[in-house]
Ligand binder design. Structure first.
Ligand code: FAD
Ligand code: NAD
Length: 469
């Protein structure tokens, strides 16, 4: 292999971190190489955000059809063609992937297909479809993460699946046991339960969605149970056997269960395999993460890391934000990452959207006057009109200054609605700012106005006694 090329900046990995960094660096006038050994778009586009949300859209359509009679629309018997749902999912990915390739090329970023490994802090060896040595003054690592396997019963991708292999099934199982009740476990539980699959969640901690706080986990446990999802918390899975026609799961409490398929969703591991970081003088820290400073620069000057590989957040939009930060710094425009207001959404039905601090976190962080206002969607005109009354909006704020510290919305369109509170927290706005803002009527966004009014002890659309939920 003698081919050798030189670029100002090389980016390893084309997920939402890497491709955004590459485009930004090119826009700042640098010559940029983007290297990926897999499909463009990384985890998010190919086996993460987009495929799961495409499948969840099918479930949302089904839910609407099922509720159509209440809106005076009679439908016939419903037939689910899961293969078609899967094909639609594949088509959506293919379309976005091709658009992404065009977008990257239109920014004059050169794409290389192959596996990158360090030869030195400024030298990469690429092997695969493209084979060459690549010199770059600055290198951005964006190699992401992969599903975590449980060593004692690894996925066989036949009946014991992970979040990647479950996307390939073409027929619906009758029953599905999900190990892990976090983001992935709950999104797939929501999807398959809506499609009529008997879902069981096996969670090691005392409840599902623990990381999202007690309000969320308590509410969603009730919702899921109401949908017929069997939640077994505080359990430890001892073994999973593929018995060809089904899986047999043994729990350490002596109980066992059978299901058509098992999905392992117990987290993701940071991926740096094959990078030969040591040749760049880099080592990894906790859980194999590459540590970075606020400029997203590693301990080795000129080498940056962004996204899931930094082990801080495993969210696509954070990877993209960090990509912009790393690219700007690498291109000589100093800028720091700001992560005080990171929205996070669990795309269950109903959706769960959070940003900033919970009340408990605010109190722990020293906000002695932290308080909250909660407004049930039941009392909102638009929610009633569209038959989407499940859930609530909650604002956490500092009573002393009125500053908004955190927000949570469980309900229809929560994923879109959280943007207003993200902007408010990012810019240190107060309850007053929300109260003074005219919200269009009738909209779900009015829930924030109402929650702010309740927090301010001036509720309009709830009786005064309801002001302290
Ligand atoms: P990745 O997207 O993981 O991309 C890394 C890329 O690097 C890959 O393409 C890989 O092929 C490449 N690579 C690795 N090593 C090398 C090498 N040595 N040489 C060349 N290329 C290499 N997040 C959200 O915000 N919203 C969601 O709704 C959401 N849903 C998800 C659903 C699922 C099922 C999963 C699994 C994840 C989901 N996520 C979601 C998380 C999101 O996908 C990740 O946080 C995001 O993709 C991380 O982006 P990244 O750029 O850091 O890395
Ligand atoms: P997670 O950390 O969200 O949840 C893992 C769950 O598995 C936890 O509740 C944990 O207690 C449980 N668990 C761990 N080991 C277990 C065991 N042996 N038995 C039973 N339960 C066990 O991880 P995930 O759901 O795999 O998702 C990985 C990451 O991907 C998330 O942290 C998130 O950042 C990202 N993601 C984001 C979205 C989104 O933004 N909508 C969607 C999917 C994934």
């Amino acid at each position: 292999m003698t081919d050798r090329k030189t670029f100002d900046i090389a980016v390893i990995g084309s997920g939402p971190g890497g491709y955004v960094a590459a485009i930004k660096a090119a826009q700042l006038g640098k010559s940029v190489a983007l290297i990926d050994k897999g499909f463009l778009g990384g985890t998010c586009l190919n086996v993460g955000c987009i495929p799961t949300k495409t499948l969840l859209s099918n479930a949302a359509v089904l839910k609407e059809v099922r509720h159509a009679a209440a809106f005076g629309i009679e439908t016939g018997p419903i037939t689910i063609h899961y293969q078609k749902m899967k094909e639609r999912k594949d088509a959506v990915i293919a379309k976005i992937r091709s658009g992404l390739e065009g977008l990257i090329k239109s920014n004059k970023v050169t794409i290389f297909r192959g596996s990158a490994q360090f030869e030195s802090p400024k030298e990469l060896k690429i092997t695969g479809t493209d084979n060459l040595y690549l010199h770059a003054d600055q290198i951005i690592i964006a190699t992401g993460s992969i599903p975590l396997d449980i060593k004692t019963f690894p996925c066989d991708h036949e009946r014991i699946l992970n979040s990647t292999s479950i996307l390939e099934i073409t027929t619906l199982p009758k029953s599905l046991a999900i190990v892990g009740g976090g983001y992935i476990g709950c999104e797939f539980a929501s999807l398959f339960a809506e499609l009529g699959v008997k879902v069981t969640i096996l969670e090691a901690l005392p409840s599902i969605l623990t990381a999202q706080g007690t309000t969320v986990s308590t509410f969603m446990t009730k919702v899921f149970t109401g949908k017929g999802i069997d939640i077994q918390a505080n359990v430890s899975v001892q073994s999973i056997e593929n018995r060809q026609s089904h899986v047999h799961i043994t729990l350490s409490n002596g109980h066992s269960l059978d299901a058509d398929l098992a999905l392992i969703a117990v987290g993701r591991s940071i991926y740096t395999d094959g990078l030969k970081l040591e040749k760049a003088g880099l080592s990894t820290g906790t859980r194999g993460a590459i540590e970075v400073n606020e400029q997203m620069e590693t301990a080795v000057p000129g080498i940056y890391a962004i996204g899931a590989v930094t082990g801080q957040w495993m969210l696509a939009h954070v990877a993209s934000h960090q990509g912009i930060i790393a690219a700007s710094n690498a291109a000589g425009h100093p800028i720091k990452a700001h992560e005080a207001a990171v929205p996070a959404v669990v795309f269950t039905s109903p959706e769960i959207a959070t940003v900033g601090l919970t009340l408990e976190q605010a109190q722990k962080e020293g906000y002695v006057s932290a308080s909250q206002g909660m407004f049930p969607l039941q009392a909102l005109g638009k929610a009633q009109a569209s038959g989407e009354t499940e859930g609530f909006a909650q604002i956490v704020f500092d009573k002393k200054t009125g500053q908004i510290l955190g927000a949570l919305l469980i309900g229809h369109e929560a994923s879109n609605l959280i943007a207003e509170m993200t902007l408010a927290i990012q810019h240190e706005l107060t309850l007053e700012s929300v109260l003074e803002t005219i919200h269009a009527h009738p909209t779900m966004a009015e829930a924030w106005h109402e929650a702010a009014a309740i927090a301010n002890e001036t509720p309009i659309h709830l009786p005064p006694k309801a002001k302290r939920p």
